[in-house]
Ligand binder design. Structure first.
Ligand code: ADP
Ligand code: MG
Ligand code: ZN
Length: 596
């Protein structure tokens, strides 16, 4: 804020000076014109006449002002002085001097210029140049070349956003509350020797509330929120990216404790691959960011939050300890979250009694917080157009349609049929896994789309393993194929949704046969060498045999999956229906279904 004020002051002074110059020039011009007019009025002697009279020796006194074309002359025998305009002073002077040299007695008086007139005439001549310079300075400033201190306008202020303004995301908020605590009372932590993360990376697609939650942290802790977007760096001139990052952190240090928020960090933090042009420019910026993050100590109470929806693009250097070593996924809201978001955004709007937010939440699977906020906003606009006193259910329905049509273009809205398919597919994975001793416990099952996948089944992470047994691999295949098996069993149709499962399963089965020697038929031999060599070694139809074994392993796993699902059809239905209703099942809810 301080720096911005200073900059504003600077440009204000600049504008005032420019105005003064402009005023002077106008006054000067006016005086000069007046003078000109005056002399015009008093121009009682034409130039040719004047020349003639000089030549004839009729002039006894010439009075001239420096820088002026107007002269006063006194003729012999005439009392009153006359004035004349001299178009070419130098030629005129030449003529006069020649006459004097010839012996004519002409008194020549040269008066200094009127000082005010002088300044304004100088300014007047310089005026176009000054305007040009001014324009240049302004243009350069806008492009961020001139005054490097003002190249970017990152916002830094206390925000009023609180955690209460962020709907849903309870677990995420819980994780982030620790950071609020740290910003509020850093000494409490440092005294304990506790290390607080310097950087937290927020993953999630656009509109899921990453910026909102970052602001809420700053708001809760009552510290400044300094934000900058990675994409701004892309348009910048060479070498500025790095210096901008340096300035950003200089500022942060001054106002610490504070939050630095880097939006779209993938724009600067992409993998450092080649080293030419824009890429190497990004590298400099990224390197500077790494230097800054390594530079401040954990006592400096600057927390860097960064957001991206493309985590796979990030340079791994960013994720190392002491940098963004904490990562939090911000998911699209489930039905409960959607309702809460709708409620928050309905608060400041006039909503009619017939509006049922619950049913809107039901109808908006896959919508982000930003899209839901947009629905209510559109609803308000439509209500205004329809001249309603309040936002009515019809207005909202229209708004949903409007927003949905926009989304349908992006092929994002999920039909009921797709939802059912996804629910059974994910339930299939989860139920099968539950009955496989080697498979990890289920942490979460969801039919909220994530990336290209329609839903997901999340397992609790295992402890690090050094080897995997054959049984474990076989069961892994059963778990992978559980999704497809459920589709077939319940809907008697199969979908492309299982393509990734099948790809992974095939790779595992092939590795079992050709890499880990787990096929009884073929024995413990590595078949992953070069093909002609293999044929030489094992005969013409070794490929057929390998193929047959891989197929056997997959077939058995698929049949096992189907058998398990038929045996536990009630659980499969229960999980799928819960998913259809709530879109997401956590570990506790999942296990409860099996304890019935
Ligand atoms: P992102 O940074 O992830 O792209 P934003 O934080 O900019 O998303 O969200 C855009 C807007 O959507 C917010 O300003 C807010 O109005 C609304 N919004 C998104 N998520 C939520 C949420 N969980 N609770 C309330 N409003 C939300
Ligand atoms: Mg954002
Ligand atoms: Zn699957």
């Amino acid at each position: 804020m301080k720096d911005n004020k200073k900059d504003n002051k600077k440009s204000l002074i600049g504008i005032i000076i420019l105005l003064i110059i402009l005023l002077c020039s106008i006054i000067g011009t006016a005086i000069m014109l007046k003078q000109k007019n005056n002399s015009e009025e008093k121009k009682d002697l034409a130039y040719t006449e004047l020349i003639k009279e000089i030549a004839e020796g009729k002039i006894e006194k010439i009075e001239m002002t420096v820088g002026s074309t107007s002269v006063k002359v006194k003729e012999k025998d005439v009392e009153k002085e006359k004035s004349a305009i001299v178009p070419n002073i130098e030629a005129f002077m030449g003529l006069v001097q020649q006459k004097v040299a010839e012996g004519n007695n002409i008194e020549l008086i040269q008066k200094p210029v009127n000082p005010l007139l002088k300044i304004s005439s100088v300014l007047f001549t310089l005026f176009p140049t000054l305007v040009m310079i001014g324009l240049f300075v302004m243009i350069f400033k806008m492009q961020g070349l001139g005054d490097k201190g003002k190249v970017y306008e990152e916002t830094e202020r206390k925000t009023k956003v609180r955690f209460d303004d962020v709907a849903g995301l309870d677990e995420e908020k819980e994780e982030l509350i620790e950071i609020v605590d740290f910003l509020k009372r850093p000494e409490k932590f440092t005294k304990m020797g506790a290390k607080i993360p310097k950087g937290v990376l927020l993953y999630g697609k656009p509109g899921t509330g990453k910026t909102l939650i970052a602001k809420a942290i700053a708001g809760e802790a009552n510290v400044p929120f300094i934000s900058i977007s990675g994409s701004e760096f892309i348009e910048m001139f060479a070498g500025l990216g790095a210096s901008r990052v340096r300035k950003l952190f200089d500022r942060a240090r001054k106002v610490a404790p504070c939050i630095v928020f880097i939006d779209e960090i993938d724009a600067i933090g992409s993998r450092r691959s080649s080293n030419n042009g824009a890429e190497s420019e990004n590298n400099q910026t990224l390197n500077q960011l790494l230097v800054e993050m390594d530079g401040f100590s954990s006592e400096e109470t600057i927390i860097v939050l960064a957001a991206t929806n493309r985590p796979e693009m990030l340079d791994s250097a960013l994720l190392r300890p002491g940098r963004f070593d904490r990562q939090i996924t911000i998911p699209a809201p489930d039905i409960k979250g959607r309702l809460e978001i709708l409620k928050i955004h309905a608060k400041d709007k006039k909503i009619a009694d017939d509006v049922n937010l619950e049913s809107i939440a039901e109808d908006t699977a896959g919508f982000t917080g930003a899209e839901l906020a947009n629905i209510l906003n559109e609803g308000a606009i439509i209500a205004t157009i329809n001249k309603h006193d309040e936002i009515e259910n019809g207005d909202i329905e229209e708004a949903v349609k409007k927003v949905t049509v926009g989304l349908e273009k992006k092929a994002r809205v999920i039909s009921d049929k797709d939802k059912k398919l996804t629910a059974y597919h994910e339930a299939g994975h989860a139920v099968v896994s539950r009955y496989l001793p080697t498979q990890a416990n289920i942490k979460e099952v969801s039919i909220i789309p994530r990336g290209v996948a329609g839903g997901y089944t999340m397992y609790k992470s295992d402890e690090d393993k050094y080897y995997i047994s054959k049984t474990e691999m076989q069961e892994k295949l059963i778990a992978l194929l559980g999704g497809r098996a459920a589709e077939k069993l319940v809907l008697d149709d199969i979908s492309t949704g299982a393509s990734n499962d099948i790809e992974v399963a095939t790779k595992i089965a092939r590795d079992m046969v050709t890499k880990y020697g787990m096929s009884d038929e073929l024995g413990p031999i590595d078949f992953q060498g070069k093909e002609p060599y293999e044929i030489q070694l094992f005969g013409e139809n070794i490929g057929d045999k390998i193929g047959q074994e891989v197929k056997n392993i997959i077939d058995i796993a698929y049949m096992d999956a189907q058998r398990l699902l038929m045996e536990h059809r009630d659980k499969l239905d229960a999980i799928a229906n819960t998913l259809l209703e709530k879109e997401k099942i956590n570990e506790v809810e999942f296990n409860q279904i099996f304890e019935r």
